[in-house]
Design a protein around this ligand. Structure first.
Ligand code: JCQ
Length: 252
């Protein structure tokens, strides 16, 4: 996958992109990231990328010209080809979810436009295929949102996670349940013991325990997820038992 990032703060990207899994994905040629400095598409002495809002108001608005000219330099004049998504990160977008990450992971190319200041000139949206919010809060700019999207999408590209780690077996993928508790060595730490079942070697019992922990944790923390979770009759029986006991806050 090829990703272009349009930003006025290119210095925010090398650290996160070159560390760990995203760095390895680029070294392996599975992911190519091109950071584009929007100031390189200005023509004035001060390399201005923002301006005052028409009609007045506080703050600055991102000018349209640097964004349009950068897109002209990156994409064919007919517009983005079918496998290309032009994404604007903004609090006004559709909320980013794991299923959106899966969908974007199948694209050939992403162009991420990082909004800054109080917003972008509305005409930029004429070139945008997807406007995406990473959550209901306001950032100083879209750069961190672009990194979040890029991270969540890149790890789903086949081969990016090492073999033995499947993104299909995790919270939001595996049957739509939250994951239950995990432990590693030592078996007791500061008086806190690892549940005996995990040390038992009884794999059928371990599987049932994990499933029930996942169900209990999902009921406790994200009951909304149970409506769309893939549940069997045994799961439903167990959940009914928990609800009957009064699965209110503080339990589990
Ligand atoms: C993204 N959740 C929050 C801030 C305006 C394009 O217009 C704007 C973009 C930003 C930066 O993005 C966010 C954000 N998802 O704040 C204001």
């Amino acid at each position: 996958m090829k990703v272009d990032v349009l930003t006025v703060l290119p210095e925010m990207f090398p650290g996160p992109l070159n560390a760990s899994i995203l760095g390895r994905a680029q070294a392996a040629g599975l992911l190519t990231v091109n950071i584009v400095n929007l100031r390189d598409f200005t023509h004035d002495r001060h390399r201005t990328t923002d301006d005052y809002p028409y009609g007045g108001g506080q703050g600055m608005v991102m000018k349209p010209e640097p964004v349009f000219e950068a897109l002209d330099a990156l994409l064919p004049p007919q517009g983005p080809p079918p496998g290309t998504r032009v994404i604007l990160t903004s609090p006004q977008g559709e909320t980013f979810t794991q299923s959106r990450a899966w969908e974007l992971s199948r694209a050939e190319r992403l162009v991420l436009i990082c909004g800054r200041y109080e917003g972008v000139d509305e005409r930029v949206r004429h070139r945008v295929t997807d406007e995406i919010s990473i959550g209901d809060y306001v950032l100083t700019g879209g750069e961190l949102a672009a990194l979040v999207i890029l991270d969540a999408v890149a790890r789903l590209i086949p081969g990016v996670l090492g073999s033995g780690t499947s993104p299909l077996e995790e919270s939001f993928s595996c049957d739509g349940l939250l994951e239950g508790p995990q432990y590693t060595r030592p078996p007791e730490y500061r008086g806190l013991a690892v549940p005996e079942v995990l040390l038992s070697g009884d794999h059928a019992r371990i599987r049932q325990w994990r499933r029930r922990q996942a169900l209990a944790r999902t009921l406790e923390r994200r009951p909304d997820l149970l409506e769309r979770a893939r549940l069997g009759p045994e799961d439903r029986r167990y959940l009914e038992g928990l609800r009957a006991k009064g699965g209110g806050p503080g339990e589990g």
